[in-house]
Write a protein that binds this ligand. Sequence first.
Ligand SMILES: CC(C)(COP(=O)(O)OP(=O)(O)OC[C@H]1O[C@@H](n2cnc3c(N)ncnc32)[C@H](O)[C@@H]1OP(=O)(O)O)[C@@H](O)C(=O)NCCC(=O)NCCS
Length: 215
Amino acid sequence: MRIRKYSVSDGDAIENIHFETGFLGRSMHELLSNTALWSREIAYYLEKEPESIFVLESKGVVVGYLLGCLDDTEMNTAALFLTTRIKNFLQSIFLSRKDRIFWRSQFLVLLKIVFGSSGERRFNTPVNAGHFHINLLPQVRGRQYGTKLLHHFERYARTHGVSCIHADGYQTRVNPSMNFWLTNGFSEFSRVPTRTWERYLPEESISLVCYSKLL
Ligand SMILES: CC(C)(COP(=O)(O)OP(=O)(O)OC[C@H]1O[C@@H](n2cnc3c(N)ncnc32)[C@H](O)[C@@H]1OP(=O)(O)O)[C@@H](O)C(=O)NCCC(=O)NCCS
């Protein structure tokens, strides 16, 4: 197992892992058949900041990634989220029923966010900070590789003058990754209730949590 910098040829593997882990650590196959629209969620990192991506490789196969962004202000997360979700909703009319239902449900969540019944508008993240997304395929979880990948990014961010990083994720019974953040020196910066997965997990109480750490 080794950690290395991203190269353009890793793009498909990263999009595949993003799809295989997108549903609270589980595969999006349960909800979607078309992968292309889902991949738009991470296009910014692959296109605009590939130098801040690290991959975990096992026998020549990419099995995990960390998508980094050194400066949040470079990436207008809210605007990107809004435009991507609207675009996906509109384009999904050409896709299968399953996909149309998913993107329509996400568009309805967008309206719930805008009108305040899903808590994202109260979600806070640190200013002048970097952030990242980390995802490992199920078969390599729980063996300290996530921690190693994170340390790699922390060293990289520090050498680029970043003094604070954060990661935002969903906390639920289904994917209780909170210990990962606390064990690795993060603390909870903000937490809001979200209705993002309500259609698919109506019994779950799910929060969107920002974990932050000073480097
Ligand atoms: C979260 C994730 C990146 C952690 O990487 P990992 O290699 O599995 O974690 P590590 O082995 O380095 O674990 C470090 C610590 O975090 C804790 N931890 C990790 N994942 C956990 C989970 N799902 N639930 C509870 N604790 C967890 C472990 O207890 C471990 O501490 P310990 O060794 O003292 O017991 C990985 O499990 C993953 O990709 N999960 C699915 C997707 C996800 O949740 N991504 C993050 C959302 S932003």
